[in-house]
Design a protein around this ligand. Structure first.
Ligand code: BGP
Length: 472
């Protein structure tokens, strides 16, 4: 007897993701102001800057047509705050507003659902120079920015994401280019910024519901479920602690409007706790999400701390690698997991675990806004990228989504990173994720021509068959 495979729902949002500063280019065109990403130096990394990127700003129509060829049902992209409000505050920029109308109209003309991230690592430089998120005026500016987006695009956009990976901006801000602060004193400022972002997010969620009753809005943190190295109770407890500080701090605030108790006691112990007023608590309680979006690349594994430098990872540090913190948790490699070419562990089963954990905690529908494999793709003699390794990665992860759906988890959609080749946060253009190849190198812009990779044909079949092709 054969058993029919579980098919994904017909309205499942099969998509792909990008962010403005990593894909658009045209960094100073049509009135756009500089963001912290434009102000960033790329000297230490030796990678390209974000001035041209994939030139999506000029080629968006061609890109959307290719997405439609693949059969994408959704496109998750971010709106550059500095195109709408070049100074972050102050005068609106009609040309920037018009660009996203064109992009959204193009998507809708191809029956692709726009999923809009309001803020993805690109704070206006003018606001950064006035203290960034630690200045309450930035919160007001973000709420105003949100009002403009809702006014302009609210009749066309149903799905909104507030802030991309707030947790990574706090934990790895220097590497992501979202902060220049360092050292212990910086932590006080960072957690004040963090609190301000929670307030901004809550206010924007409340405004969204007030202005657009049909719209749905949610946060988009990076969730790396944390495993203990062993079943030693101290290791298990440490994993629970790091889960609270790395992950649940952010989702609890977004959904419940309260600080996670384990994370809060950690902040108090360190002397990093922000001041929280009664008015803040009321603001946090007033904005609720309709779903939880999350970016998933891998899990992390930790052990009970030794209390000295051996708790720390010796080499490398970025948003996906477990770093360790002296006296809090020890960073451990998971010997059961392979790594990609950039040292990131690959853990499809952890994806299912993450779905279960988030569903258990909040009971809200989940939307995957990132997942994917960074690789040094090369064009074959036939002019195509044969990215079988990416197909393998995606297949294993989509299988786990299907299992999570079978577990009873509500899943709205899957938008892997990335729709098209773009610039990595800190590893340049050579680290590619796209379904669509872009003909450029790190410093040689070449033709910037687009072509579909093998993974895009494979993904097209998955979408078309609602997942049945996974079993073929
Ligand atoms: C996430 C970011 C994305 C993206 C992705 C891949 O943390 O939200 O902007 O870049 O990771 O990371 P990287 O570019 O560092 O390879």
């Amino acid at each position: 007897m054969s058993i029919d495979p579980i098919l994904f729902p017909t309205d499942f949002l099969w998509g792909a993701s990008t962010s403005a500063y990593q894909v658009e280019g045209a960094w100073n065109e049509d009135g756009k102001g500089p963001s912290v990403q434009d102000a960033r130096t790329h000297v230490p990394e030796g990678t390209t800057d974000f001035t041209v990127a994939a030139d999506h700003y000029h080629r968006y129509a061609e890109d959307v047509a290719m997405m439609a060829d693949i059969g994408l049902k959704a496109y998750r992209f971010s709106i550059a705050w500095t195109r709408i409000l070049p100074e972050g505050d102050g005068a609106e920029n009609p040309a920037g507003i018009a660009f996203y109308h064109r992009l959204i109209d193009e998507l809708l003309a191809h029956d692709i659902v726009p999923i809009v991230t309001m803020f993805h690592f690109d704070l206006p430089q003018a606001l950064a120079e006035r203290g960034g998120w630690a200045n309450p005026a930035t919160v007001d500016a973000f709420v105003r920015f949100g009002d403009i987006l809702f006014r302009e695009y609210g009749s066309k956009v149903t799905y909104w994401l507030t802030i991309n990976e707030q947790n990574m901006m706090i934990q790895h801000g220097r590497m992501l280019g979202t902060t220049t602060l360092e050292g212990d004193a910086a932590q006080v400022d960072l957690f004040a910024q963090n609190h301000a972002m929670f307030l901004a997010q809550a206010r924007v969620m409340a405004r969204c519901h007030e202005l657009l009753p049909q719209a749905k809005i949610g946060p988009a943190p990076n969730i790396a479920y944390v495993y203990p190295e062993s079943c030693r109770p101290e290791d298990v407890l440490t994993a629970d602690t790091w889960n609270a500080i790395r992950n649940w701090l952010y989702t609890d605030l977004a959904v419940r409007g309260t600080y996670n108790n384990v994370a809060w006691s950690y902040l108090e112990r360190k002397g990093w706790a922000p001041s929280v007023t009664d008015e803040d608590l009321a603001v946090l309680a007033s904005g609720k999400p309709d779903f939880v979006a999350f970016n998933y690349y891998a899990t992390q594994t930790v052990a009970a701390p030794s209390g000295d430098e051996s708790d720390l990872r010796r080499r490398g540090e970025d948003q996906q690698m477990v770093r360790g913190e002296v006296g809090l948790y020890k960073a451990v490699d998971n010997p059961n997991l392979p790594k990609n070419a950039f040292g990131w562990e690959i853990d499809p089963v952890g994806f299912r675990m993450t779905f279960r954990a988030l569903w258990d905690r909040y009971g809200l529908p989940l939307l995957v806004t990132e997942n994917g494999l960074g690789a040094r793709d090369t064009l074959g003699d036939d002019g195509m990228v044969h990215d079988d390794y990416r197909i393998d990665y995606l297949q294993r992860h989509i299988e786990q989504i299907r299992l999570a759906v079978g577990d009873g988890v509500g899943v709205l959609g899957y938008c892997p990173w990335s729709a098209i080749d773009l610039i990595s946060t800190h590893q340049g253009f050579a680290k590619r994720y796209g379904f669509i190849h872009v003909d450029r190198d790190e410093f040689d812009l070449k033709s910037l021509a687009r072509s579909r990779k093998a993974s895009s044909y494979w993904y097209a079949q998955v979408i078309e068959s609602r997942g049945a092709s996974l079993d073929a």
